[in-house]
Design a binder for this molecule. Structure first.
Ligand code: AMP
Ligand code: GLY
Length: 425
């Protein structure tokens, strides 16, 4: 098979690494990719927002499957534009990607199908949103409706924070994404990421993970795209997975089909495991980054076989096998992240740091004058497997400490909850 992978982050490097291991693969292309992905695939200079150019490339290179990494192209309808030209694509249609592209859409679906989630209101103007917030009180959660690169959510512990968040949504800080706002009840519990491979009808559980969203050790500081992750998530016991499938995922699949927008692709449920059970925080319609990196480390089966089955509506006949190991990834970020990262600093020693059970996935890297340099906020994902989360953690940090990059930083405590549990248990 000839495969085209779209995207350029650590998630896409992890997908490229696993797809490249498939005996089904003839040739892998990636657009635009990054230097790490370049080790697994031929990089193509394609503007992936230009769907006609992507279609033309697929025809020229006889692409058998397009795998879409990030949400942007999905919400923009790239899967529809490819399918209209009879090009097979792993990823949801524009209508199905509303599960990520519109928080209000997802909340309404939850309400209609009795899917457990935080109580909410949807508002198109500041005055009515404010009235709701004043009536409900803090803590309360304010969300821009549309895609806001992970920055559109404010968990407001005080009324002042809530008022400021509403004002910034409606004054255009998030562009069109903030023209509508969802205001939600504040939920408490332990968070987990839960993944399902979906083919429009069947949803197949596809692993669990926990990520670390805050920039600083001890889960403090501003939110990021994720500073590290590990899998599996201990809170997602077989019983909790069964409940999540029955109460959240299956009604979502049914609801989307009834709306004429069956969901095919990877469904990523952000969950809050509360005292009364699993509740949906949000959906993403693509793999998590960096959660994908730890999932592929643990996946025993051929990813390309599974992506094909999801694309062709054949998941009812499939199962997924995992290695009986934990995996953990630590994000190395450029100084300044999650604000404006410093670009261009030289990174040395990446090749020597990888080894048995350790993969270094590239995210925001580039080659400049023959040297590997930082070219984004999240730059490298040092990923390791081990018999326990603790062992994976020790291996990941040992590898990370062999990388010579004085201008980068990382959290030193990725996996701390799971390691504490292992030590207690
Ligand atoms: P999101 O971008 O929707 O994943 O939200 C970012 C983070 O905000 C989540 O990972 C949660 O930690 C937090 N969050 C979102 N919604 C709620 C909620 N209703 N209650 C408590 N925390 C929330
Ligand atoms: N790590 C969270 C995300 O990919 O949305």
């Amino acid at each position: 098979m000839n495969v085209l992978l779209l995207g350029s982050g650590g998630r896409e490097h992890a997908l490229a690494w696993k797809i490249a291991a498939s005996p089904l693969l003839t040739k892998l292309y990636a657009a635009p990719g990054n230097p790490g992905i370049g080790g697994e695939a031929e990089l193509v200079k394609l503007d992936i927002t230009d769907h006609a150019a992507v279609v033309a490339f697929c025809r020229e290179k006889k692409i058998d499957l397009v795998v879409v990494g990030p949400e942007g192209p999905l919400v923009a309808g790239i899967a529809d534009d490819l399918r209209a030209e009879n090009i097979r694509v792993f990823g949801p249609s524009k209508a199905a990607a509303r599960l990520e592209g519109s928080k209000g859409f997802t909340k309404d679906l939850c309400a209609r199908y009795n899917i457990p989630t935080a109580a909410y209101g949807r508002f198109g103007d500041l005055a009515s949103a404010k009235a709701y917030v004043e009536k409900t009180g803090a803590p309360i959660v304010i969300k821009a409706d549309g895609l806001a690169a992970g920055k559109g959510v404010t968990v407001a512990m005080t009324m002042d924070e809530a008022r400021a968040a509403l004002a910034s949504c409606f004054d255009g800080s998030f562009g069109a994404a903030g023209a509508e706002v969802v205001v939600e009840e504040f939920m408490t519990g332990e968070e987990a990421s839960f993944f399902c491979l979906c083919d429009g009808t069947t949803a197949l559980p596809f692993g669990t993970a926990q990520d670390h969203k805050r920039v600083g050790d001890g889960d403090v500081g501003p939110n990021t795209g994720g500073m590290g992750a590990y899998s599996p998530a201990p809170v997602m016991t077989p019983d909790m997975i069964e409940r999540t499938m029955r109460e959240i995922i299956e009604p979502t699949m049914r609801g989307m089909a009834e709306l004429g927008a069956p969901f095919a692709g990877i469904l990523f449920a952000g969950l809050m495991i509360t005292e009364s059970g699993p509740k949906l925080i949000e959906y993403n319609t693509r793999f998590g980054d960096p959660e994908c990196q730890v999932l592929v480390m643990r996946l025993r089966d051929d990813l390309l076989v599974l992506l094909n089955a999801a694309t062709d509506g054949q998941l009812a006949h499939m199962s997924v096998r995992w290695r009986d190991e934990a995996a953990l990834t630590v994000v190395m970020a450029a100084r300044g992240y999650p604000g404006t990262p410093e670009k261009g600093s030289v990174i040395r020693g990446v090749e020597d740091a990888a080894g048995e059970g350790v993969q270094i996935f590239h995210a925001g890297t580039a080659i400049n004058g023959g040297a590997l340099v930082a070219n984004g906020g999240r730059v490298l994902n040092v990923t390791a497997s081990g018999a326990t989360v603790g062992e994976a953690q020790a291996r990941a940090y040992a590898a990370l400490d062999r990388i010579d990059w004085p201008d980068g930083f990382c959290r030193r405590d990725i996996g701390w909850q799971a390691v504490a549990r292992e030590q207690a248990g």
